[in-house]
Ligand binder design. Structure first.
Ligand code: PBE
Length: 304
């Protein structure tokens, strides 16, 4: 029915290339005063911010951040994969070494480690972000029951983070059904008075990060309970917007707005239906371990 399969295959391929491309683990063993002297900090880090996938909204904003802050002259963004970033972060923390990553919340890393966002006085990473639900045009008429559930779906950062954490020891499918079991009252409000269907196919499109694997799998399970035959396909944010705009997919719970995916939203807003926020209080930016002495992006010193 749709061409998303080829998209996801392409994405899978680019992911494996990226993961292999980002395996260099530098170990700077020298300092005990983590980030105390911010000139040495740049040298210790080889003036590198540990980033994620090139296609992420976060990466676009991080590239822009390096341009906008004059004090980041000579710094570079190491683009790679989220898995690579999380490995580097975990290792740095084990060794109490400095590291700066591009990160976001909700995410289990904030539950597992003591982390902080660096202040961003220029606001290049935006402020508080929302995650929105979008559908293709005509879904309301074609699938009024699914539309109603999608429109009612909202939850809190704590809910999403709980699914992400749980999925680390099991799978997103299991974590989603556990969450539904424990939060049946919330789910009942989304499905109240909605008629069940008999195997009607619905295509959800999402992005490959744990945040959206959580919301996507919860919605998949809820719609399946209502009798839908649900396909959930992870793709890059650009493709996610394009697929909904072209009606190759029915809906997505994955757009981060107004800033992270703002450029895609602007491009496609005439061709999609925006059902508004499904989560408020998300955030992206530069993230460091609490033990580092710096507090702001402006505390970093340019390369000499
Ligand atoms: N992220 C963080 C997405 C949305 C925000 C990695 C989950 C992205 O950067 O596109």
């Amino acid at each position: 029915m749709l061409n998303l399969k080829s998209f996801s295959i392409a994405l899978g391929l680019s992911f494996s290339l990226l993961v292999t491309g980002c395996g260099n683990e530098e170990e700077s063993q020298d300092n005990g005063n983590v980030g105390e002297d911010t000139t040495n900090l740049g040298e210790d880090l080889e003036y590198t911010i540990t980033g994620i996938e090139p296609g992420a909204g976060t990466t676009t904003l991080a590239r822009n951040t390096l341009k906008e802050y004059k004090n980041l002259e000579g710094w570079k963004l190491l683009e790679g994969s989220t898995a690579g970033m999380l490995t580097e972060l975990g290792e740095a923390i084990d060794n109490k070494e400095p590291i700066i990553v591009t990160g976001w919340t909700p995410h289990w890393k904030f539950a597992s480690y003591d982390l902080k966002f660096l202040k961003d006085p220029k606001g290049t990473f935006g402020g508080t972000e929302n995650i929105n639900t979008i559908t293709r045009k005509g879904l309301k008429e074609d699938m009024p029951n699914a539309y109603k559930i999608l429109d009612r779906f909202h939850w809190k950062p704590e809910d999403m983070q709980a699914v992400m954490l749980d999925a680390r020891d099991s799978s997103f499918e299991d974590a989603a059904s556990n969450w539904i079991e424990e939060n049946q009252d919330k789910v009942d409000k989304w499905t109240e008075g909605v008629e069940k269907v008999d195997g009607k196919a619905i295509e959800l499109v999402s992005t490959p990060w744990d945040t959206e694997r959580s919301s996507g799998n919860v919605m998949k399970a809820v719609l399946e309970q209502q009798g839908y035959d649900v396909t959930l396909t992870p793709v890059d944010p650009a493709i996610m917007f394009q697929a909904v705009a072209n009606a190759e997919a029915d809906a997505s719970l994955a757009p981060w707005l107004p800033v992270t995916h703002g450029s895609f939203y602007e491009k496609y807003q005439e061709d999609i239906v925006d059902l508004g926020e499904n989560l408020t209080g998300a955030k992206i930016g530069m993230v460091v371990p609490q033990y580092m002495k710096i507090d702001s992006i402006e505390d970093l010193k340019p390369k000499e």
